[in-house]
Ligand binder design. Structure first.
Ligand SMILES: NC(=O)c1ccc[n+]([C@@H]2O[C@H](COP(=O)([O-])OP(=O)(O)OC[C@H]3O[C@@H](n4cnc5c(N)ncnc54)[C@H](OP(=O)(O)O)[C@@H]3O)[C@@H](O)[C@H]2O)c1
Length: 230
């Protein structure tokens, strides 16, 4: 199978790609930086998804899935967020997803089991202070995913994973001391933060045929924080 992973140098992306390659799939991987290791089944393309177009001849004729990982976390009181901060969040989370899906659509529609996986935040469905920029941008992503799930059915499934704090490069500044880590773990009913390995497994499931009956969903992977009051 062929998969496009935009943001494949992320913690989740790397774990996912290693697993897909082990199963003899081919990964088309986009990010602004160079991948740390090369592999014959990993076709890397260094580009900024917001500033450039994915070249037509980069993607294969048939794509069986795509995952869009780029995003940002800009948590500030509403009054401290400029219109530009909202625009930035919208660009990297939403416009980047749109551009990637538009580039991949034709190839995805040639597959027997095509699946798109996008990323959101638990703060879309559960109101959280200081999340107005990211929650609005990810709300747009969830709306996009649901609309496209309808428009692309039955050819291509589209789902979103809504994360709470997960141990990746992006979340470093919230987790860079023992006390911060402890405090973040305590906030979650499951008393732990997100593990990128678990997220990768969930992405793989949504890409696979085992998820052939699942589309238009936003699936929370959030240690219970978005649903439970304990
Ligand atoms: N981690 C969390 O706690 C958390 C919580 C809630 C939601 N989420 C969401 O989950 C998703 C994955 O998060 P993450 O923590 O794994 O993210 P991350 O560590 O920041 O990884 C993002 C990936 O996207 C690439 N990227 C960023 N901007 C790009 C651009 N303009 N063009 C091409 N590639 C670009 C990055 O590589 P380069 O820098 O090399 O380009 C990197 O590979 C995001 O959408 C995030 O909003 C995460």
């Amino acid at each position: 199978m062929n998969y496009l992973i935009v943001g494949g140098t992320s913690t989740i992306g790397k774990i996912l790609i290693n697993s897909l390659v082990r199963q003899e799939h081919t990964c088309y991987v986009i990010s602004r930086s160079d991948p740390e290791r090369s592999h014959p089944s990993v076709k890397s393309l260094k580009m900024n998804i917001l500033e450039e177009e994915i070249p037509e001849d980069y993607l294969p004729q048939v794509l069986d899935g795509m995952v869009y990982l780029p995003g940002n976390i800009n948590l500030k009181p509403f009054r401290a967020l400029s219109a530009e901060a909202f625009r930035e969040a919208y660009e990297i989370n939403f416009i980047g997803s749109v551009k990637s899906i538009q580039a991949a659509e034709k190839s995805l529609k040639r597959s027997e089991n095509a699946s798109i996986v996008l990323f959101s935040t638990v703060a879309v469905k559960t109101g959280m202070p200081f999340h107005s920029a990211i929650a609005s941008a990810k709300g747009a992503v969830e709306g996009l995913a649901r609309s496209l799930a309808a428009e692309f059915a039955p050819k291509v499934r589209v789902n979103t994973i809504a994360l709470s704090l997960t141990d990746t490069k992006m979340a470093n500044r919230f987790l860079d001391s023992e006390s911060k880590m402890k405090a973040m773990e305590e906030r979650h009913p499951m008393k732990q933060i997100g593990d990128p390995n678990d997220v990768s497994v969930l992405v793989e499931f949504l890409l696979s045929k085992n998820a052939k009956w699942i589309t238009g969903e936003t699936i929370r992977a959030d240690g219970g924080i978005g649903t439970l009051k304990v």
